[in-house]
Design a protein around this ligand. Sequence first.
Ligand code: PXG
Length: 287
Amino acid sequence: MKIYLNGKFVDKEDAKVSVYDHGLLYGDGIFEGIRVYDGVIFKLKEHIDRLYDSAKSIILKIPHSKEEMEKIVVDTVKINNLRDAYIRLVITRGIGDLGLDPEKCPEPTVFCIAEPMKPLLGDSGIRVITSSIRRLPVDVLNPAVKSLNYLNSILAKIQANYAGVHEAFLLDSEGYVAEGTGDNIFVVKNGVIKTPPLSSSVLKGITRDVVTDLAKDMGYSILEERLTLHELYVADELFITGTAAELVPVIEIDGRVINNGNIGEITKSLKEEFYKIRKVVGTKVYD
Ligand code: PXG
């Protein structure tokens, strides 16, 4: 397997970064998780746009144009002859000294990995808990920035592991539902679909946006609205979205069973539609 690292393709064994890299020392960097389906990189432009927005927000100057960055991603898939894979694109602040000052890091580190990966949480319904860890408030470290600081999500994931369930949901600092450790949340009640607004400390998920558009096209009512746990507990249907997880029904939350443990009709129809469009919406790797 070949990995793109700072302008070159290197073998996996040789894809190494310095212990002085501020991405490692401080989580100072940004990333994207992207999928390629049947040789088409799903929503590549949207991922690149979000990456550049994250970079701008933390004053990290990416040493490539957006077009060059797209080519790096396409070439990483191509050189590994992949048609279906998960792609991890990472830009760190680069090598500096042991102080925090980003001005001591002259050159960002850029790498891109592509490898096959099944839907992260499996294909059937998942069980979740609510974590006692809160999502970072927008005025502390805005979750809209897809930064390398994931300890908050990792701590929540540890709680899910200890509870013996697949995933943990995090509330925002005011107690409203925010998102999962690496996914956005949707609830269905009386035919209406709802998802938390960006002000509830959530990442503007690319899959979240795709599913929102699909729902509108299919004639469903869909609202961005602050949600309480109560609304999740009494939901007709509950599901999560994310690039790694894709679209997964939630069948139990904090011991409350949703839809008798079955995938709901609206979730099922959205999932089917998502499966249909994902092979056609995006950037072709091969001619
Ligand atoms: N919220 C958070 C906090 C995320 O990290 C999403 C939502 C979904 O966004 P997209 O654009 O993918 O629809 C993410 C994305 C993992 C993992 O192991 C998940 C992500 C990144 C890295 C690892 O579950 N998530």
